[in-house]
Design a protein around this ligand. Structure first.
Ligand SMILES: *Cc1c(COP(=O)(O)O)cnc(C)c1O
Length: 234
């Protein structure tokens, strides 16, 4: 594998599935304290989320608005709910009052809708601009050249009820670390380029299979599901 010889930021451990609270503790102990852990609880029952909550985890990620809203209703209100999945514009309203961060703002139409719904309830909502870095056709995200012009032209400034806090990306589904790293580097480059001028603080990249590589390439927020909660049954 072609890891870059940057300073070692991680205590490399062979991660074995233990139980949820041990997994949370193990992540907290091994990731740098500059990196935020989003526990991705999609498809998992409220009981599992409660276990992670009791272990001190407060940020949870979901990819379906309906499911997130049902869990939000049932669980403690100091949980920060992150929407990480593709968002249909007609569902924005359902989560606008409580969502803490939308990682998947990937098109103008969605920015407009989030801004409109946020205005209606007089709130400012934090979002990340999701950029398409994977080579696969299926992955969502704004194409990179559009993202550059969106940032350069300050297009997001017209949405007065949205705070663009950073960038989000998903690498290709592949075992080839060289390709994954190239995709992470692409997003890191974009983040570094606009970080200061656009006041960006969050770079959301890395999941169970590639979070170490993501952290080595500048990620400040990792989205981890199966390595905490176990494999998902769909
Ligand atoms: C499901 C999901 C994750 C977590 O995936 P794991 O491989 O289970 O860690 C992260 N990000 C997004 C956008 C997801 O949909």
């Amino acid at each position: 594998m072609s890891f870059k010889s940057k300073s070692p930021v991680l205590k490399k451990t062979k991660r074995e599935y233990m139980n949820i609270s041990q997994n949370i503790a193990s992540f907290k102990a091994t990731i740098p304290n500059t990196v935020t852990l989003v526990a991705v609880s999609k498809t998992k029952p409220v009981l599992n989320i409660k276990e992670a909550y009791d272990a001190g985890q407060r940020i949870f990620g979901e990819n379906k608005i309906q499911e997130m809203s049902e869990k939000w209703e049932q669980l403690p209100k100091d949980i920060k709910w992150h929407m990480i999945g593709h968002v249909q514009t007609n569902k924005v309203k359902q989560m606008i009052s409580y969502v803490n961060l939308i990682h998947s703002a990937d098109r103008i139409k969605l920015f407009k809708e989030i801004d409109k719904q946020a205005k209606n309830i007089d709130r400012k909502v934090d979002v990340l601009l999701q950029v398409k870095i994977a080579r696969e056709e299926s992955k969502y995200g704004m194409p990179i050249h559009e993202a550059i012009s969106f940032l350069e032209k300050n297009q997001f400034e017209s949405y007065s009820n949205i705070n663009v806090k950073g960038l989000m990306g998903m690498a290709s589904f592949t075992d080839d670390p060289t390709q994954i790293e190239a995709e992470f580097e692409l997003l890191e480059g974009l983040f570094v380029r606009f970080r200061e001028s656009k006041n960006l603080s969050i770079l959301s990249m890395g999941m169970s299979g590639d979070y170490e590589l993501a952290i080595e390439n500048g990620s400040t927020m990792i989205r981890v599901g199966s390595a905490i909660f176990g494999a998902r049954n769909y």
